[in-house]
Design a protein around this ligand. Sequence first.
Ligand SMILES: [Zn+2]
Length: 324
Amino acid sequence: MTVQVNTVQGKRTVDDLGRTLIHEHVLVGFPGWFMDARMPAFDRREAVARCVDAFQQLHAYGVRTVIDPCPMDLGRDVDVIAEVSQKSGVTLICATGAYVESMGIPYTFNELSVDQIVECFQKEIEDGVAATGIKCGVIKIATGEGLVSEYERKILTAAAKAAKLTGAPLISHTENCSCGHDQIDIVTGEGLPASHMIVGHSDGRDDHPYQKALADRGAYVGFDRFGLEMMIPDAIRMKNLKAMVDCGHKDRVMVSHDTVNCWLGSYAGGDPADLQATLPNWRMTHLFENIFPELKRMGLTDEVLDGIVVDNPRRWFEEAAKSA
Ligand SMILES: [Zn+2]
């Protein structure tokens, strides 16, 4: 039977996903974003119009599906995501799950048991988010730098259990290319194959051995911050992505930009517009305008690049659904 995936507009078969970006945000607000009273009030209509324009530009490059892995605690608004999807023609997939302890909202899940958190994630996948009827298609997990906190271990354990019950795949946040192996250990410890997950943000350091080791274990490796060059130049990301293809792991890499199309409040105390101004390439079409042409000059074929944005996301959903 063909595997079906929850999108904000209902179920789609995996064959209908087409070209897919696995990590872009419609809207992000860090906890307490509304407390920065200096920032202009959120203008929903303007935000939606700006997002629709950005997603239509992406659609012109043949992208048909985008995953917005915003966890429950980062200002997630599935109604906004659904409206942007419906108006832009790009299929969007939203997430349940929770963020890193230091930048998330850990109080409630600290109080709940693992089984109770499993129930929350499962409910958002099977019944939908609150009363919206919009069902989540992926589960977000996250760890901070260097060490997985007890809270994060609890969330990852609950997420893996919910993934096993529902067949929804896992998509992660890591910091500075650390804890990817710990994430895989926790997920596989719950009886899932490593291929159930994308170890996100694995492109943040010039570290091919780390990236290759994750793929050797069967996990998908996220080269998902193209354009965020304050962390590492794209030239390094491209060099390492090509190295993954050259060592036989073209089936294990995922690409995206981790863009934030609209912000609630400030970012690290500053105006997000200033951040965007320092990152001219941090936009959803950058891969198709600049990165793929350069990768082709470096020797990657259209077939390989298409496989990365079409076949890999499809296989990830497909295999995850079958391991439930
Ligand atoms: Zn992100």
